[in-house]
Structure formats: C-alpha cells, structure tokens
Ligand binder design. Structure first.
Ligand code: PHE
Length: 466
C-alpha cells in the first residue's frame, strides 16, 4: 500500500494548491465586509494576531500529521493514536467538510451566475440603483430553479477536477487559477486606486478604529482565521498527506499564510477603492459583493470587463477551495474504505449537491426551517461550521499534538526537510508547546463563551462585567 499514494508534482504546485484551498470566498467575500463593519484595520490587526498565534501552529500541525502518516484525517488520527477515540477528530473533519460544502457550493454557483450576468451586460440596468440590484439578487437567490442550475454546474466542475487526481487535477487547476487570480486582483487594485476618491477606501480599510472593535468582532476574527486558512477539518492533513519528506513544512506554511493574507488585503483594497470612488455604502455587509458592486461597475470605464473579471476570480477562488473540501471526503473513502477516486467523488459530490439544493431552497419556497428556528438553513450551516466545528476541530488537533502525539515528535516531523539546523531545538520545542497551549486555550474559552450566550442568553464577558 505504501508508495501507491499520489504525490504533488512540485513544491510550487503544493503551495499553490494549499493556498488555493485557503484563498476563497473567505478572502474576497467575507473578509472585506467583516473588516468594513468591525473597525477596519483594528479588525485586521486582531485577525492577523489570530492567524499567527492560532493559525500558524494548527496549520503546521495539520501538515505534519498528514505528511507523517501519509493518510487523510480519520486514518491519520487512528494511526497516531493506536486506534483510540482520537479518530473522532478525523470524523468531525469529514462531517465539517460535508456541512461547509453544502452551502459553499451554493455561493460558488452564485459567483458563476454573476460572472455571466456581468459578461452579458446585465449590470448596466442596475447602474447606481441599489434598490433594484438588491431586489434582483434576492429574487435570484429565492428562485427555486436558477441557483440550483448554477450550483449543479459549480459542483460538476469541482467533481471533474477531483476525479482527475491530485497531480493532474487539483494541482494543475491551482497552477492555472491562482496566478490568474493574483494578476487580475492587482489590475483591479490599480484600477480602483486610479479612480478619483478611491484612496478614501484605503483609509477606511487600513485606519484602525478601535471603538468599532467589539468582543463579538474578536470572536469573528478568530473563527475567520480558521475558515480562511482552511483549518480545523483536516484539509491541510489531507493535502499534507500527498507531500514527500523533502518538503520544508515551515516555509510552505508561511507561504500559504502570506499568500492568503495578501490576497485578502488586495481584495479589500480593490473593493473599497471602487466603492468609495463611486460613493456607495461601504458598510453594507454580506450584500456588498452581490448587491452593491453590480451597481457601481457600470459607472467605471470598461465596467463590463472589470465586473466580469471580478466575479470570475471570485468563482475561481471558490472553486479551488471547494475542491479541497470535497477532497477531504473523497480521500477518506479512498484511504479507509478502499473506494476508487471516481466512486468516492461522484457519490459524495452528488449527495452534497442535493443537500446544497435544500440550502438554496431554504431561501425560497422551502423556508420552514427559518420559520421554526428563526435562521435559514444556509445561515445555520455557515454558523455551525465556522463558529463551532472548525474552531473545535482545530483546538482538538492542537490538544492531540500536546497530549498524545507529543510536541517532540511533531517538531521532528517539521524539521525533516528543513536544511539549516542552526537553531536551538529546545527553545523551538518550548515555543511550539506554548503556541499550541495558547491556541487551544483561546479557542476553548471563546467557544465556551459562545455556548454560554446560546444557552443562557448572556456571554461570559457580560457576566464578568466588561
Ligand atoms: N479557506 C476557504 C475560504 O477562505 C474556505 C475553506 C474552509 C476551505 C475550510 C476548506 C476548508 O474561502
């Protein structure tokens, strides 16, 4: 069974695939509006701290577990813990993948629809008219058929890439799409900055407003650090399992973090410079992309092209992430159940598309869920995964390394493939220990707080009086 496992073709290919997983709707859709509504740079500072203190050690941990075992999450935890209950962390990952892709695919479909909508000049009629743009968007998402058509198309592309395999599917797709995303984003930033008044957008995004930073925005920043780096559900364990021993995990992890962060900042800059130049509302939340941008693209020169390019990169970013989510499930069935890649991908890709249909319908005629639980099925899946499942999965991974695998073995695994050995190993060991303890502690505290709020209606910080 050993050397049958497919491996990445090159180091660059792996870094692009892993950052392709990290860069997604989280960077281009979620981050800009979250920063916009939660204190601009103040939010960004907290988010960066979370990425470095919590994200980096968990990312390294996942990559090391994957490479060490050459297995996807369930098998990996089983192997390293001698089949004890830790394998449930792997199952949690597979379930999170299922939950996330069910709504991620729906939004992925929207990005595809908006790319064509822009290409065929559909935004022209919405120019400067935010009311009709919002109406068009809500009519589209609540339609029973249209979004499902785009969801099926998006999920089919995702399954197609995965079936082609690790090297000629996932890696190849990332190698083509990631450079295009970066180049187009840079062009959009240049365009945004060249517009009159665009620079005000920079101030909005990068000037810290600490008064807008609430405790709940700190929780949001932490959850988002997991979401944006694709952590806490075994994606990076799976991607790490296709790595050879000669790869430097530390520099690869840093590359993924740097690319993910730069792309989020570029996206924020492109969006807010254009929004400010056109005098649109910067704090309009999740609707910023699908409701506000279509009204302002027609107002800038070459709007059809810029609008189409923007939604096209959003679509590509979503696709490379969706691929990494489905790969977690596919690789579980290949590794643990001996299924073929085609069978695993098609069975679960189709099943998730069906759950995605319910998600989409939950915004249309199937809104009983909302009536009963006061939240749409789609928002429920989003909250469940990014607020609870991913942070819990990430914290448990950190705890697993601390209490079962041992930080020393973890460090040894990281150091395989690192050329320079001119550092103090003891110091590094303690540093890693502290980071892992701090990350599991912070996540534990925050989740406790969330649960407290959910069940008792009052958060711990309110009870403590701040
Ligand atoms: N990181 C992706 C994004 O930012 C989402 C994702 C989450 C992908 C979890 C894989 C696993 O959009």
């Amino acid at each position: 069974m050993k050397n049958n496992r497919e491996q990445w073709g090159s180091r660059l290919g792996f870094i692009l695939a892993a950052s392709g997983s990290a860069v997604g709707l989280g960077n281009i859709w979620k981050y800009p509006h979250m920063a916009g509504q939660n204190g601009g740079a103040a939010f960004t500072i907290v988010y960066l701290i979370c990425i470095l203190i919590v994200g980096l050690p968990v990312l390294l941990g996942e990559l090391a577990i994957g490479r060490n075992t050459q297995l996807s999450p369930v098998g990996a935890f089983k192997k390293l813990s001698n089949a004890s209950y830790w394998k449930w962390v792997g199952f949690l990952g597979v379930s999170s993948a299922f939950v996330i892709l069910s709504f991620y695919g729906v939004v992925g479909g929207w990005t595809l629809r908006y790319t064509f909508f822009s290409l065929f000049g559909g935004f022209d009629a919405l120019s400067g008219n935010s009311d009709s743009s919002a109406k068009i968007f809500s009519l589209f998402v609540s339609n029973d058929i249209n979004p499902i058509f785009w969801l099926i198309l998006f999920m089919s592309l995702c399954m197609f890439i995965i079936i082609k395999g690790v090297k000629s599917g996932i890696e190849q797709a990332a190698k083509i799409m990631m450079p295009i995303i970066i180049v187009i984003l840079i062009l959009l930033v240049i365009k945004g900055l060249s517009l009159e008044g665009g620079k005000k957008g920079l101030k909005f995004l990068f000037m810290p407003k600490f008064s807008d930073l609430t405790p709940s925005s700190i929780v949001m920043a932490l959850g988002h650090a997991f979401f944006t780096l694709s952590l806490g559900m075994g994606t990076m364990i799976t991607y790490g399992s296709y790595l050879g021993k000669n790869q430097n995990l530390i520099s690869s992890a840093l590359w993924v973090i740097i690319l993910d962060t730069i792309i989020a900042m570029l996206a924020g800059t492109a969006i807010f410079t254009i929004v400010f130049a056109m005098g649109a509302d910067p704090s309009s939340g999740p609707g910023l992309i699908f409701e506000v941008l279509p009204t302002i693209f027609p107002q800038i020169g070459g709007g059809v092209i810029w609008g189409t390019l923007f939604f096209f990169i959003l679509f590509m970013a979503a696709l490379t992430s969706a691929v990494s989510i489905l790969e977690v499930i596919t690789s579980y069935f290949i590794d643990q159940k001996g299924w073929t890649r085609e069978r695993a991908t098609l069975s679960f890709g189709i099943l998730i598309t069906i759950v995605g249909m319910f998600c989409s319908l939950s915004m249309g005629s199937f809104n009983d869920f909302k009536i009963i639980f006061n939240i749409s099925f789609m928002d429920f899946l989003d909250e469940l995964s990014s607020k609870y499942m991913l942070p819990i999965g990430g914290a448990l991974t950190a705890l697993f390394i601390l209490s079962k695998w041992s930080v020393k073995t973890f460090l040894d695994e990281i150091l395989v493939g690192v050329q320079t050995r001119k550092f103090d190993k003891g110091l590094l060991l303690n540093f890693l220990k502290v980071l892992l303890i701090v990350s599991s502690f912070i996540v534990g505290l925050i989740i406790l707080n969330e649960l407290f709020e959910l069940f008792f209606g009052s958060s711990l910080q309110k009870i403590a009086g701040f």
